[in-house]
Write a protein that binds this ligand. Sequence first.
Ligand code: 3HC
Ligand code: NAI
Length: 686
Amino acid sequence: MAEPVRYEVVDGIAVATLSNPPVNALSAALRAGLFEALRRAEADPSVAGLVIAAEGRTFIAGADISEFGKPPASPTLAELVAALDGAAKPVVAAIHAAALGGGLEVAMACSWRVLGPKAKLGLPEVKLGLLPGSGGTQRAPRLMGAAAALKLMVSGDPMDADAAVAAGLADTVVLGDLLQAAREFVKQPKPKPVSARDEGLGDRDAFEKEAAALAKRAATEPQIADCIACVRAAFEKPFAEAVAFEREAFLRLLDDPRSKALRHVFFAEREAARIAGLPKGTQPRPVARAAVLGSGTMGAGIAMCFANAGIPVRVIETDDAALARGMERIRGTYESSVKRGSLAPEARDARLALIEGAVGLDATADADMVVEAVFEEMGLKKQVFAHLDRVTRPGTILASNTSYLDIDEMAAATSRPQDVLGMHFFSPANVMKLLEVVRAKETSPEALATATEIGRKLAKVPVVVGVCHGFVGNRMLARRTQQAERLLLEGAAPEQVDRALTDFGFRMGPFAMADLAGLDIGWRIRRATGKRAPVADALVEAERLGQKTRKGYYLYPEGSRTGVVDPEVTALIRRVAAAEGVEQREIGQEEILDRLVLPMVNEGARILEEGIAARPGDIDVVWLHGYNWPAWRGGPMHYADSIGLLHVVARLAAFAEATGDNTLLPADLLGRLAAEGRGFASLKAD
Ligand code: 3HC
Ligand code: NAI
């Protein structure tokens, strides 16, 4: 492997160039190389100082996250930063791109920071459940003032070059030769190290005000509370003591299950972006124009996704009236964003100009990709695909947004099944980030690569899944829905069930969610498929359809979107349970949570066994971005690993026995992993 740090001396100035692709993370080898470069520059009497520059798409992306949890190798980041801070000669950071986390901490320990116009400076550690752990909580306040530094840390978002200089975090922005400008800085006398600039902390009251405003986040996110405590320590403790205090907090957070979950998410998201088994060199096809069939709930949102990404899109309906309704829906959604202030009127106009309406499927003829979002009926979908096969150009991607139907059957209605796949968006499509890209039996690698690439362009998180009823997300959700209904029959109250999930970290429980979506949707599907859900059915039959009728599982007083407990529902559930012959009992919160979540994990295991998802992390990403699973819980499969698969298996087996419901019996894969003392995460190594 090439050396990660290149050292050269030109005209009496040493330059250490970092080259540790892909993002110059501060791996042990990079730290050692940089440390050695500093020692050489300090030891060489002919050298006036050191410039740290970097090659590649970032300056330094931060500590190497994959090294966390392993024994630290010397020089540690803390040792490197201390050496830079105490260097006998000036050291200049020449930052051409992002300097993040530990990368910014390295830069802050230098004498000067010189930025290229594309530089971005940030401390994103909080997003990983951490805080800057190599002096960042002490140096940033001394450079930009404590209040501003706290803001930077808790947002986790980077500043651009001009803002960083204006804030005092960096010294200058250079439009020309960055390296040359950095060399000029070396020639100046070395300033006081940042660690010694206590006067930079600024107004304590301003900091305390900023801290007070964070009280709510600090109560639930330990890294926020620790950021506040560390910056406060900058006022109250000598520098070295405050750095030790920060170190202690960093190590504590590193070991916290919440940070472990967030780090798992970081890698799972990036892994999900790689399509398993894709032949090397597979190229996505260009998509210059798209068509969306149907402008209902989903079609309208999907069309907006294309327009938001700057891709011209034709929205196609069966008649003028339906089209007018669809276009109005789109305009209305943009309009409310403008009213909320999240979209400029010019951007709205530009996006609307990219959306064109048409009637009839022949209008798909010039599209490179067609996303079908018509009614959920196989007969209709097959007709639509056969028609698309006749009118679209060869190579056009033909995608279905179906929630449950068999994509292979749709593909078989065409003469080009290799171009057919699922692109399953989540409602509201213009908001939710998940895109399940459904690989059918004959989907070609190019079609798959095109759909995922477009997904990313639409700012979605694409996850490749296989064909089955409900794919990954809805298939697992069905297990939870089943148990939620069953828990009511057994004696749990709707608010108890919802609370189990909101306490766990979800924004809403299943019944509040059902009331929001409308109970009639599920009821109609159950009627069509001959299924029953006795409590949900009884509610619909009592004309309790949810928020739209102001009563469902809860009662919604005039003008309120927050439900209150309704004694009528309690009585209705009791009646239904008696009619079903289910004896009611008190059910504890722990059992409720396990009954809701563990059957999903079990279904996830079956999904892995069947190869519907390639990796457990993919399932986690589906739940994080499609169903708002709390990120700090890492997703259902990571959660199962964190509580131990032996425990999961024992609980499921006990539930299966108590309820006589064999779907709760642990899946083979789950049983095998548990027996071998392994977790889902170990499947990566298989
Ligand atoms: N450590 C290890 N690997 C990293 C990494 C890091 N800090 N940052 C990125 N990578 C890896 C990714 O896993 C990915 O690997 P893969 O190709 O094998 O999947 C590869 O680098 C490229 O990453 P992206 O796909 O994310 O590339 P982008 O160009 O889209 O984004 C980035 C680049 C903005 C730097 C983004 O990767 C990022 O946000 N990285 C994390 C930054 C961060 O959180 N830094 C703080 C780390 S914690 C820290 O520094 C602690 C300190 O205070 C002590
Ligand atoms: P919808 O009923 O709101 O809209 C369907 C639209 O398709 C209607 O406007 C209808 O006029 C139009 N349409 C019917 N036949 C057509 C044809 N031959 N050509 C052009 N347009 C036609 O339905 P919704 O909710 O948008 O669902 C659409 C698809 O998306 C379904 O397959 C559904 O399962 C799926 N889906 C729905 C989600 C949801 O939350 N509503 C979530 C994810 C997927």
